[in-house]
Ligand binder design. Sequence first.
Ligand SMILES: NC(=O)c1ccc[n+]([C@@H]2O[C@H](COP(=O)([O-])OP(=O)(O)OC[C@H]3O[C@@H](n4cnc5c(N)ncnc54)[C@H](O)[C@@H]3O)[C@@H](O)[C@H]2O)c1
Length: 321
Amino acid sequence: MSGSCFITGAAGFIGSHLVDRLLASGRQVIGIDNLSLGRRSHLESAMQSGSFKFHEGDVNDYERLLAFAQQVHKENPIDCLWHLAANSDIQAGGENPEIDLRSTFLTTFHSLKLAHALQIPHVLFASTSAIYGVQSGLLTEDGGPWFPISNYGAMKLASEAALTAALERHLKRAWIFRFPNVVGSRSTHGAIHDFVKKLRKTPEELVVLGDGTQEKPYLHVSELIEAMIHLWQTAPHRLNYYNIAPPDTATTVRHMAESTVKAVSPSARIRYTGGDRGWVGDVPRFAYSIAKLQATGWSPRLSSNQAVEQAIREVAAENPA
Ligand SMILES: NC(=O)c1ccc[n+]([C@@H]2O[C@H](COP(=O)([O-])OP(=O)(O)OC[C@H]3O[C@@H](n4cnc5c(N)ncnc54)[C@H](O)[C@@H]3O)[C@@H](O)[C@H]2O)c1
């Protein structure tokens, strides 16, 4: 199999699953992460593989990034760069916009600069539903214009633009994956993670932001990885941009809270704080069109509710009482 894969954000929730999947398929994988949000323990099994190299470092420390990447590139040319490093704490980025400037946008800028310097032909980018902002109806890839309502969404949309500009200058091909909330083992943030943690601490009550009617699609991390690999291997264009989401509509916060209580602390009462938004910058309700993804012959098997229920079991098992 040709070339190695370079992954930014490799020790993160999604990045570490991607590392495992690429190693299982026989690829050489190089991961970088500054461990600001990721965990070395997520890479425990990858570290056993002779095909994996990990560099603890910051993507924005460009000189060091380049020196490290040049070295591994010499040994085994990098043919694809998966850019996943970002700030995943969207609320923190709302309070301090510099966080998303640095972690979400500048990491893209430096990843693209690296791709240019080493002539890496393919870049794959983890984008998000947050670029769409508040829209009515099904979100399709080709609608727009988009007006994100979080700094995170704004910096992701700017990153998509930087990627298409790089495609014009030096990249051979690019992939943009826009996905909603992803759930599953190793997650370190998000509602399921918060609910499980809160219930472990206070088993008698779960306090939930909003009124429980917020409704979003949730995708299981195993299906996200499968979809990204499928699109990487089959999407035919120079610029490939896809929504990746569950086949049905969405899961309400109420369903998620009730399912978590059932799995973790069945006698707990749920208290909603009220209002239809959980926090500033949060899009309360949206639904994805995945017609474009399905037209490639791949569709997720888990509904949003099934993905959530599976993830609750996994996160509860990782955070025992
Ligand atoms: N989890 C979701 O629901 C979701 C939804 C849509 C898009 N995404 C995107 O998918 C990607 C992965 O998300 P995740 O949920 O695994 O988040 P995560 O926080 O677990 O992973 C991101 C990783 O990037 C690392 N990182 C951040 N800044 C860095 C820097 N300057 N240099 C090196 N490493 C750095 C963090 O330490 C972390 O390990 C992100 O780009 C995120 O925006 C995630």
